[in-house]
Design a protein around this ligand. Sequence first.
Ligand code: ADP
Ligand code: MG
Length: 195
Amino acid sequence: MFIVFEGIDGTGKSTQAKLFSEALTRKNIPHVLTREPGGSSAAENIRSLVLQHEFLPITELLLMIAARNEHWNATIQPALQRGEWVICDRYIDSTRAHQGFEAGIDLGLINQLHELLRIPTKSDHVFILMLDIDVALGRARSRAQQDRYDHFDRPYYEKIYNGFQQLAATGKHYHLIDANRSIEDIHQEILSVIF
Ligand code: ADP
Ligand code: MG
């Protein structure tokens, strides 16, 4: 199983990915909890670059895909081959939402680049956490460790929010989750989809 958590900043992706991982540990299911951009030594280096600097949209896309290529080959694929589950905080739909829906890059090109590199464009399940944009923005901005994404304006977040909503309609592996609820309620809904 390859399970991804998506949504705009501050929606609770990292919180839910960690809780889900803890539930797998209790069930004795071997798994890897990882994140994007990052998730391998080389990809984490690319992560610090993209969080610190503003690049042209196409450059940012190529950096995100370069990071994913490292992450897929060094972390995700080996874990899946060992028979372990992979729980990933953000994956290709973040690229589609940010570089596609927000920055205007063709979604077909994003798919083509992945296909060229033989990186899967689909995981088994994608939980998209949908939270009121103002609440999400408030949480992201009050975080201790800030990055440049925490300072974008509301229209930027709206484009990404709407992008995720449109993506969710394109496949049965997407699960739109109402994240305007308690951490535990959201966790229970996610568990009920998988188990
Ligand atoms: P993301 O990874 O999507 O940016 P986080 O998991 O880091 O979001 O959560 C952002 C903040 O919101 C954290 O301080 C977290 O404890 C809090 N939080 C997460 N989920 C909820 C929730 N359902 N209700 C209230 N606070 C939450
Ligand atoms: Mg997070």
